[in-house]
Design a protein around this ligand. Structure first.
Ligand code: PEP
Ligand code: MN
Length: 336
């Protein structure tokens, strides 16, 4: 069950509600986010919801049978909107495009991507400065120095930044320079990182694990929310299977299923999803039609020279066409 408390509830009223929840045999978890104050009651006992609902200090109460609670659509029917400022809002009713290189490589590269995004009215740039790489000898990112440069060039041009955070100790150094923290597939169940991002005051894009189930993704998001951060979006980026004709299997089933289960925005990453540059466009368009709230993909001025993931990275010409077609597809979807 979830109880939303009235804002600024006095300590005695809170104590009385906690006692009542414990008294009916539920474990009461207090959750305070940027937006509101809740008690998440975990238990299975049958009880009359009105006994709690009428207590002073209770603003709203619901039973939620899902394992995840606060991110469930059963609790919150209205979609979560994430406002990055300057009119950039992610979530139902908007279609968000996030594009940029796999890795931030140089000042010149950032300038070229920013120019490309501005020319196409794309407001969010992706790019990793801390890169999880399968080989320890591969390029592992420009680190904080790269992030500062990335931030400076983007903020001068009104572009928001999404970039991956790999460990708890990086959050503090990064927080002032990012608009959205990305949690990569390999860290999808790094619960310490999720806890810490719950305390961070910046939105989080949480990727599905390499072999992660939908339930695991949702539970991972609940970690962030229950630690205080409601600004979460989920990202389908492909899951591993026996198939080796492409990098991953982009699971577009996940889009309508996640949209039904949670109020959080759902974003699709076709670049990592299929891993083949020539097929990023059809999978992006399919993602739009499946109901995604946005797409995040890799683009680079010269994909063949990219420091990482060049094989799945589209050039600016392809990117421009992709942006136009995704917008057309979104308009068509909204007209249904
Ligand atoms: C990335 O976005 O470049 C990345 C490493 O993604 P993922 O965690 O989905 O592999
Ligand atoms: Mn990549």
């Amino acid at each position: 069950m979830i109880i939303q408390l009235q804002q600024g509830i006095p300590a005695e009223l809170l104590e009385a509600i906690l006692q009542e929840v414990n008294g009916i045999g539920f474990k009461a978890n207090e959750v305070k986010t940027q937006e509101a104050h809740y008690i998440v009651g975990i238990g299975k006992k049958d009880f009359d919801i009105r006994t709690l609902g009428q207590l002073p200090g209770v603003a709203d109460i619901h039973r939620v049978s899902d394992e995840y609670k606060l991110i469930s659509r059963k609790w919150r029917v209205n979609p979560t909107l994430i406002d990055l400022g300057d009119g950039v809002v992610i979530g139902e009713g908007n279609f968000s495009i996030m594009a940029g290189p796999c890795s931030i490589e140089s000042e010149r590269q950032i300038e070229l991507v920013v120019e490309h995004l501005k020319a196409n009215n794309v407001k969010i740039m992706r790019g990793g400065v801390f890169k999880p790489r399968s080989s320890p000898y591969a390029f592992r990112g420009m680190g904080l120095e790269g992030l500062r440069m990335f931030h400076e060039l983007c903020s001068q041009n009104g572009i928001k930044i999404i970039t991956e955070v790999m460990q708890v100790s990086q959050i503090e150094d990064m927080v002032d320079f990012v608009d959205v923290f990305q949690v990569g597939a390999r860290n999808s169940q790094n619960f310490n990182l999720l806890d810490a991002l719950g305390e961070a005051q910046k939105p989080v894009l949480l990727k599905r694990g390499i072999s992660g189930t939908i339930e695991e993704l949702l539970q991972a998001a609940e970690y962030i929310f229950s630690n205080g951060n409601e600004k979460i979006m989920l990202c389908e980026r492909g899951i591993r299977s026996y198939e080796n004709s492409y990098r991953n299997v982009l699971d577009l089933n996940a889009v309508p299923v996640l949209k039904a289960k949670t109020h959080l925005p759902v974003i699709v990453d076709p670049s990592h999803g299929i891993g083949l540059r020539d097929h990023v466009e059809p999978m992006s368009l399919a993602a739009v039609m499946a109901g995604a709230d946005g797409v995040i993909y890799e683009t680079h001025q010269k994909p063949e020279e990219a420091f990482s993931d060049g094989q799945q990275t589209v050039n600016f010409q392809e990117s421009e066409r992709l942006i136009k077609r995704m917008r057309q597809a979104y308009e068509l979807r909204e007209s249904f």
